[in-house]
Design a protein around this ligand. Structure first.
Ligand SMILES: [Zn+2]
Length: 225
């Protein structure tokens, strides 16, 4: 993967992730981003180390410190994910759509194996993942040269690019980039003419489409959520 990741989770999100206080769905998006982002792998490690330093400064037997740090890392790290050693032994999970095959980051592989059926509408396809109780988690495929109609967000929208490039009014996002949109944001995401895109989508509420025939867009709203 040659794309340099530009859009990262904020520091507060990273700290909550390491502390294990994020909801499972948000943690999934952050964990998958970290899988794809060497920078955030280091940030994660630094947060672990800082927490370990705080604990090490407490009165502990010298020999116990390393064990304690390891224990802390185990408790606070990677909520609801397979252990790294188990994952290393497994083949990368792949998903197929539109005649294409995409390798899925390890943090997402267990869920991707249980993906729902692809639902297609024009150049857009979604497959629900059996994740969270609170949020709607799905794979989102967008064929090349395809636009998702302009929409606002009724809640939190997290989109993690897994492969390809997606563009909107604010910029271009490649593999590993994490877009977070809130009810204050309106955008019209689209792919380039020559490249399709696979994303992980985490939504806390339906999208609200702003343009076009309501008759046409109402089913679209159902489709995304
Ligand atoms: Zn990052």
């Amino acid at each position: 993967m040659t794309h340099a990741v530009k859009y990262h989770p904020g520091m507060m999100l990273m700290e909550q992730y390491v502390a294990g206080t994020l909801s499972a769905d948000v943690a999934l998006a952050v964990a998958t981003h970290i899988d794809l982002c060497p920078h955030c792998q280091r940030v994660c490690q630094d947060i672990h180390n800082d927490q370990a330093d705080v604990l090490a400064s407490m009165p502990l037997e010298q020999d116990d410190t390393d064990d304690f740090s390891a224990l802390l890392a185990e408790i606070t790290g990677q909520p609801q994910l397979d252990k790294p050693r188990q994952k290393a032994a497994r083949e990368l999970v792949k998903v197929q759509i539109n005649g294409r095959e995409f390798a899925i980051p390890r943090a997402l592989s267990r869920l991707a194996e249980q993906q729902g059926k692809w639902l297609q509408l024009g150049g857009i396809a979604t497959a629900k993942l059996p994740a969270g109780d609170k949020m709607h988690v799905s794979l989102l495929y967008i064929d090349k040269g395809t636009e998702i109609p302009n929409h606002t967000h009724l809640g939190l929208e997290m989109t993690l690019v897994l492969s390809g490039t997606i563009c909107d009014e604010n910029g271009e996002y490649g593999a590993g980039d994490l877009l977070i949109n809130t009810p204050a944001d309106t955008h019209t995401p689209h792919t380039r003419a020559d490249e399709d895109c696979l994303c992980l989508s985490v939504l806390s509420a339906p999208l609200k489409f702003n343009k076009g025939l309501v008759r046409l867009l109402n089913p679209l709203q159902q489709f995304f959520y």
